[in-house]
Design a binder for this molecule. Structure first.
Ligand SMILES: [Zn+2]
Length: 210
């Protein structure tokens, strides 16, 4: 089941223009000490459930015939740092990437972004794609939030399930679009940090059917 959910989410990020296939990568924790990740360079439209690669939290390939995504360190370090996280979606969506290339944090200007991410989406320090440094920088900038921008690169959304990780990259892209248009209109009015925290707490603990 988890493999199908992962594949369906990969197709969704392509369809929604959040990344150009086969860039980006997705993963899902499947046990206490391992996760499944998309393989390197395989088109999301032709990817098969058995193409996913299982990696242990020790960083070893546990199962799978293909090479894992070159960005697997990023996923590994986030799962190591965050017990609460069960899924990760990494995209290169254009509006959010505008913030990533200017290395400016995306402010939590709207309710959904504030609720899910839990504050401004920070930009991690630049490091080459696929590197362990990129992974460590991303974990630092992510903190306890649910999304982070990678300098001159893209977006990472994390979640307690795959749906939530996908939702995170979606609201970041939508929030980036709003922030950019708001600039044209003379600039957005910022929310108070306490207001953002209240919304995030509500989302984490009381929202929906949880
Ligand atoms: Zn990337």
């Amino acid at each position: 089941m988890s493999r199908e959910v992962l594949l369906a989410t990969a197709k969704a990020v392509i369809l929604e223009g959040l990344v150009v296939s086969p860039w980006g990568n997705l993963s899902m924790r499947i046990s206490k000490d391992s996760f499944l990740i998309t393989p390197s360079g395989v088109d999301y439209n032709t990817m098969q459930p058995e193409d996913l690669v299982e990696i242990s939290l020790a960083g070893e390939i546990r199962a799978g015939k293909l090479k894992p995504s070159s960005e697997y360190h990023l996923h590994l370090e986030i799962y190591r740092a965050r017990d609460d996280i069960k899924a990760i979606v990494h995209t290169h969506s254009p509006y959010a990437s505008a913030f990533a290339v200017t290395r400016k944090p995306l402010p939590a200007l709207v309710e959904d972004l504030a609720q899910i991410v839990g504050g401004d989406v920070e930009v991690s320090r630049y490091a080459p794609p696929g590197s362990e440094i990129l992974a460590k920088n991303a974990v630092l900038a992510l903190g306890k939030k649910f999304a982070v921008l990678l300098a001159n690169h893209g977006v990472v959304g994390v979640g307690r399930d795959m749906e939530e990780a996908l939702r995170a990259v979606r609201v970041v892209e939508k929030g980036a679009k709003i922030a950019l248009f708001a600039k044209i209109l003379g600039g957005a009015v910022l929310l108070e940090p306490e207001e953002i925290q209240t919304m995030h707490d509500f989302y984490l603990n009381k929202y929906g059917q949880r």
